[in-house]
Design a protein around this ligand. Structure first.
Ligand code: UDP
Length: 341
């Protein structure tokens, strides 16, 4: 059984990926500092998969702690690195905290990998690297635009660190550029945990459906899109999770064409904000009250993925529909609120 280290494994995408890894027969080691997640998630992952994981509370920014982790967990075959701070607005206020946290952690892990002879690394990147793309759907070869926030820049710099490290060191890596991960596991046991007012669209929709928010503000209705609202490529978090299994397997089986590869992880379909509101009504029967509001600073008009490379090389494609995504998000919201068991 191959052993995979999942950093940030109690977080949103990390927890879903840990479940899929266990389901696929891997041994899972999670390293997380629990700064934005709860230890209960470990039990929930184990409950869903019916298997145990090995959990370590680790500050990945601390080189000694990372070395100790690799020493204790011998024979790690690959690392999937999710652990990062990810609030765009906070990163603007606290740029040094973001650069220190996100980059030091990644560098420490790569250093320990070299020291302990671990070769394979999968990185959480983001479609934010494309900014406002010149052509749609956006391919992996599209120009990387100057990052709008320190958070976005840590993703771009993270990719560059990998590109350069793979050139001269015994490391092979894949960056997965996620589009908009949404939804939750069908069990309703794991999902995206909200602190305060949701920044993202789907949690805002489910909190409005629950009655916690009176209405949804739709940020911008004068974009050059079919209905004037922004277009995104929403993807079920379980599909994002299975993309990581495909990436790890490509590296473990030596099927990667180059030492460093990049893949878009999306459905390839663009949905506007209004499309999402309508899809939620179709999926759940609940109409979301909304108000058309001014544009939100920093939003790009439209972005959706060209998914051909992931299909042809990773043999991976998204399986879930937008209704599946929204039903699972609503199920998670209701379970958290104790409306359903
Ligand atoms: N959005 C919105 N109202 C909200 C939250 C988001 O209209 O309360 C819009 C936002 O302007 C963007 C889309 O929904 O066009 C997706 O936003 P989200 O924050 O979920 O993802 P990202 O900005 O990372 O693409």
């Amino acid at each position: 059984m191959k052993k995979i280290l999942v950093t940030g494994g109690t977080g949103y995408i990390g927890s879903h990926t840990s479940v899929e890894l266990l389901n696929a027969g891997y041994t899972v080691v999670i390293a997380d500092n629990l700064s934005n997640s709860s230890i209960d998630v470990v039990d929930r992952i184990e409950e869903i998969a019916g298997k145990k994981i090995s959990f370590h509370k680790v500050e990945l920014c601390n080189r000694t702690e990372v070395d100790l982790l690799f020493e204790q967990e011998k024979d790690i075959d690959a690392v999937i690195h999710f652990a990062a701070k990810l609030q765009v607005n906070q990163s603007v206020q606290e740029p040094l905290m973001y650069y220190e946290n996100n980059l030091f952690a990644q560098i420490n892990i790569l250093q320990s990998m070299l020291k302990f002879g671990v070769k394979h690394f999968v990185f959480s990147s983001s479609c934010t690297v494309y900014g406002n793309p010149d052509t749609l759907p956006v391919t992996e070869t599209a120009q990387v635009k100057k990052a709008e926030s320190p958070y976005g820049n840590t993703k771009q710099m993270g990719e560059e660190i990998l590109e350069h490290s793979c050139k001269t060191k015994p490391i092979e890596a894949i960056s997965l550029r996620y589009f908009n991960p949404v939804g939750a596991h069908e069990s309703g046991l794991i999902g995206e945990v909200q602190h305060g007012v949701p920044h993202h669209l789907v949690p805002y929709i489910t909190e409005t459906a629950f009655g916690k928010r009176p209405f949804l503000n739709i940020f911008g209705s004068d974009y050059k899109t079919p209905d004037g609202t922004c277009v995104r490529d929403y993807i079920h978090v379980v599909d994002v999770a299975t993309a990581h299994i495909a990436a790890v397997e490509q590296l473990l089986h030596g099927l990667n064409k180059k030492k460093y590869e990049i893949f878009n992880i999306g459905t390839g379909i663009g949905y506007s904000v209004l499309n999402m509101v309508n899809a939620f009504a179709k999926a759940t029967g609940i109409n979301i009250p909304y108000q058309l509001s001014p544009r939100r600073a920093g939003d790009v008009e439209a972005v959706y993925a060209d998914t051909k490379k992931a299909l042809s090389e990773l043999k991976w494609k998204a399986r879930y529909t937008v209704e599946d995504m929204l039903c699972s998000a609503w199920n998670w919201e209701q379970k958290q609120r104790g409306i359903i068991n």
